[in-house]
Ligand binder design. Structure first.
Ligand code: HEC
Ligand code: HEC
Length: 450
């Protein structure tokens, strides 16, 4: 099989040809390719033809990188392993599983991997999101771009600055010193300390692959290439694919009425229910941080085993257990919900807001996998610690009747996009990537939140 990847104008093509053991690649993948992803999907040429997928070379470069495990230390996890197109760019798991895990989507298992402290964020309409991550540690503010890691040149926006963060995180993508890569060589990224050096080493891996080098020249002609270009291409792909204003809400803004139920919900959301106090931006999130008293579980961050949210960034006592007000585009499809995926229904997450204390006391552990359920600490001591600075703005939420809760849920449903891409997300998945490493494919079965 030979795959032609369009670069630049339609007459330019880069040929990615298949070798007997994989694809032409500088890595000796031989028989060592982990067999955990099943056979590659036959897309019938979808990567080239899908009308839903734009075809410029910057997009293609970003798309292939997003699905390529070559960006991870051990070459065993890609952005798409966790941001699964079929699972609405997130994972159907409360807490994400880092490098060393196996499978993807509902079949993802911890295996040799790490449980991460938080739920995987969705990627819809993030281009103008001022504060990224649940704790806003990548942020554009008056002081410029705030980022937890030193960045290489060419990074201009929060989304671009974010790309390096999972790559340098040992548990998420980078791995440990002494680890072996999928091609049997030592994990060279794990040995570096400086995050700019890690970015350079990732770039060196990518540039060594002929097809990527050709795509870089097509996507960014006449420039001296570096990691910044990889980040820009990945963000371009994300934004082109997932920043779509094609929901009933967008049509409402163009003058088309919502359904009566969703319209009643809209009036509540912006009115008496007080939701827009916090969910105030055009993506229905905001760069405000609030402690909603969500039941904590998971490994936490740092030595105390707690995830203190915004406090991990600012160290301010008032920020303890406060998390970013998340964007709500396509939110019906991105469960489980909250920073740690504590709720397996959208209704559960909404009801939590109405009475966090009662929600804590009555928290239903059966919605968690057993290993996590065993760890949850809901005792009075922990509750007092978490509730010490519960967001006072929750008081803005008025009393809601049962029909009104249903109306709010109908309004949240009106934020679902209806593009072909959400219905057939596998059109975004390349049949293979230039490194020859396996591409994560949906293991089958229905999406749990559809
Ligand atoms: C091991 C799983 C995993 C991998 C691999 C991964 N992510 Fe994530 N991603 C997450 C989790 C978990 C979060 C939330 C983390 C937090 O808030 O602290 C997240 C958050 C994000 C966000 C923030 C969205 C928002 O609204 O704040 C973006 C953007 C993102 N990831 C892009 C990427 C890109 C690009 C890659 C590849 C370079 C990548 N991720 C790799 C799990 C993963
Ligand atoms: C005080 C500010 C505030 C108000 C008011 C508020 N929210 Fe939230 N909302 C948040 C924060 C913060 C989170 C994330 C909390 C966490 O994970 O710890 C959240 C989470 C959510 C989620 C889960 C999103 C996801 O991706 O996991 C939904 C849905 C939601 N809110 C809807 C609503 C609705 C509907 C209303 C009105 C009834 C509302 N919110 C009112 C701050 C607020």
């Amino acid at each position: 099989m030979v795959l032609l990847v369009a670069i630049g104008c339609e007459s330019e093509w880069v040929e990615l040809s298949e070798s007997p053991t994989g694809f032409s690649t500088p890595f000796d993948l031989g028989a060592r390719v982990p067999p955990d992803t099943g056979p590659p999907l036959d897309h019938g040429g979808a990567i080239l033809d899908a009308a839903a997928v734009p075809a410029d070379s910057r997009f293609r470069l970003g798309q292939l990188l997003f699905f390529d495990r070559v960006l991870s230390g051990n070459m065993n996890v890609a952005c798409a392993t966790c941001h699964v197109p079929f699972a609405s760019t997130t994972e159907p798991l409360p807490l994400s599983i880092g490098e060393g895990g196996t499978g993807t989507g509902p079949s993802r298992a911890v295996a040799e991997g790490h449980i991460l402290p938080r739920n995987t964020s969705a990627l819809f309409l993030r281009v103008d999101t001022p504060a990224l991550f649940w704790d806003g540690r990548v942020e554009a503010d008056l002081g410029g771009l705030q980022t937890p890691v030193d960045q290489p040149p060419g990074i201009a926006t929060p989304l671009e600055a974010l790309v390096l963060v999972p790559i340098v995180d040992r548990a998420e993508m980078r791995g440990q010193p002494g680890d072996q890569r999928a091609d049997g060589l030592p994990n060279e990224l794990a040995l570096l300390e400086d995050t700019v050096a890690i970015a350079d080493a990732v770039f060196a891996r990518v540039q060594a692959i002929e097809a990527y080098d050709a795509l870089l020249h097509a996507a960014f002609p006449g420039e001296a290439h570096g990691f910044g270009h990889l980040a820009r291409a990945i963000v371009h792909f994300q934004v082109e694919l997932w920043d779509r204003e094609d929901s009933a809400w967008d049509r409402f803004r163009d003058g088309e009425p919502l359904s009566p139920e969703a319209e009643a919900g809209r009036q509540l959301f912006f009115g008496r229910a007080g939701c827009a106090t916090c969910h105030s931006d055009s993506d229905f999130g905001s760069d405000t941080f609030h402690n909603l008293g969500v039941p904590p579980f998971g490994p936490g961050i740092g030595d105390d085993g707690l995830d203190e949210g915004r406090h991990e960034v600012t160290g301010t006592t008032g920020d303890r257990f406060a998390f970013r007000t998340p964007p709500l585009r396509n939110v019906r499809l991105t469960g489980p919900w909250m920073h740690n995926g504590a709720y397996e229904t959208l209704e559960g997450a909404l009801r939590h807001h109405l009475d966090p204390s009662a929600a804590w006391d009555g928290y239903d552990l059966s919605q968690l996998p057993r290993t996590l359920a065993l760890e949850v600490r809901l005792d009075t001591e922990r509750k007092a610690e978490v509730f010490a600075n519960l967001s006072p703005e929750l008081d803005r939420i008025g009393a809601l009747s049962e029909p009104e809760i249903a109306q709010l849920l109908a309004f949240l449903g009106a934020l679902d996009g209806d593009s072909e891409l959400l219905r057939s997300p596998d059109t975004a998945v390349p049949a293979f990537v230039p490194s020859g490493l396996p591409v994560d494919v949906w293991p089958g079965g229905p999406h749990p939140f559809r």
